[in-house]
Design a binder for this molecule. Structure first.
Ligand SMILES: Cc1ncc(COP(=O)(O)O)c(C=O)c1O
Length: 332
């Protein structure tokens, strides 16, 4: 596969076209805003999602460095882990995963897809997972001793290089918005490890300074993600030779929608958002990320957080496979 260059960085193009920017008329009317959905659930690997954009740069870096095996890690239903395997297979590299938790008797969602992708998965229980990076360093050393050239991708692909994928996404969005005559007041997205938000923060500063990025945490508290996003964004900006001053206090993260059961578990507000968006617009969100982020957007709109009539772009970041694992026993 050919690479192209983005700000001098090699990139594989895993998605042939810009992802659609769709107006959501019935939801807009209900919420008193102009709501558009950026369909990053339609990026080009397997079931799509935001991780594909990060992998365009991370995998190009792996190939540039002559890697023949790619290792990454995440939760049992990690979308990033599954999509890394798909990208690795597409490029002829061997994927290796270390996932947090016990192997379930019945494989569902991303675990089932990983099975189909033929991936070697190491399951590590929650207690031992605290040392996961040490464990993976040992795995890398073993591979090197066998003459292999491993490439490691940290959790969520949320490195400064991965975040460049969302600088490119911001550029794509503002190009589409310009063609449609829109001025985007807000972007709303789910925050799981911070790379998506970091790239968007850099992107709005480069391409449309008046847009505010509102991150809805699905995991850690606000201050943790503000620090993390500012850190990744600073690294991301310097990779593309821009010096931007992004302070943690300038990053908007709202941590009120993580849900009663915490990360990785459906929430009542998230499930209601999934139902509402499906009924109004025929679009399916996931219970771990995009459903909770949309639950937050709906609540914020109802509280008057966005000025009436504002143009709000919701990034649908994918996550569809988890539905088949997590929503089976939920009451709707
Ligand atoms: C479907 C989906 N949406 C959103 C996110 C959050 O993105 P980020 O990890 O870049 O914050 C993730 C991953 O964590 C994801 O898999």
């Amino acid at each position: 596969m050919e690479t192209s260059l983005y700000y001098g960085l090699p990139r594989f193009c895993f998605t042939e076209h810009a992802t659609p920017l769709e107006y959501a008329p019935r939801l807009s009317e209900k919420l008193g805003i102009k709501l558009y959905i950026k369909r990053d659930d339609k990026t080009g690997l397997v079931t799509g999602g935001n991780k594909v954009r990060k992998l365009e740069f991370l995998m190009a870096d792996a190939v540039k460095k002559g890697a023949d095996v790619v290792l990454t890690t995440g939760s049992l239903q990690s979308n990033h882990a599954m999509l890394t395997c798909a990208a690795a297979n597409k490029l002829g590299l061997e994927p290796v995963l270390v996932l947090k938790g016990k192997e379930p008797a019945r494989l569902q969602g991303n675990l089932l897809l990983e099975k189909l992708l033929g991936v070697r998965v190491h399951f590590v229980d929650a207690e031992e997972y605290r040392e996961v990076y040490d464990f993976m360093e040992e795995m890398m050393a073993d591979l090197q001793a066998k003459g292999r050239n491993p490439y490691f991708i940290p959790v969520g692909g949320s490195t400064p290089l991965g975040a460049v994928g969302y600088v490119a996404a911001a550029e794509e969005l503002f190009q589409q918005a310009g063609e449609m005559g829109l001025n985007v007041d807000y972007i709303v997205n789910a925050v799981g490890s911070g790379g998506t938000s970091a790239g968007l923060e850099v992107g709005v500063r480069l391409f449309n300074k008046s847009t505010r990025v509102v991150g809805i945490s699905v995991d850690a508290e606000k201050s943790v993600f503000q620090q993390e996003i500012a850190r990744i964004a600073a690294g991301c900006a310097s990779l593309i030779a821009k010096s931007l001053d992004i302070k943690p206090e300038d990053v908007i993260v709202i941590d009120e929608y993580i849900g009663e059961a915490g990360y990785g578990k459906p929430s009542r507000a998230g499930n209601s958002a999934i139902e509402l968006v499906a009924a109004c617009e025929g679009i399916i969100l996931d219970p771990v990320y995009s459903g909770k982020a949309m639950g937050g957007l709906i609540d914020l709109a109802r509280q008057g957080y966005f000025n009436p009539g504002s143009t709000v772009v919701f990034f649908h970041t994918g996550g569809i496979p988890a539905i088949f694992d997590l929503l089976q026993d939920q009451k709707f």
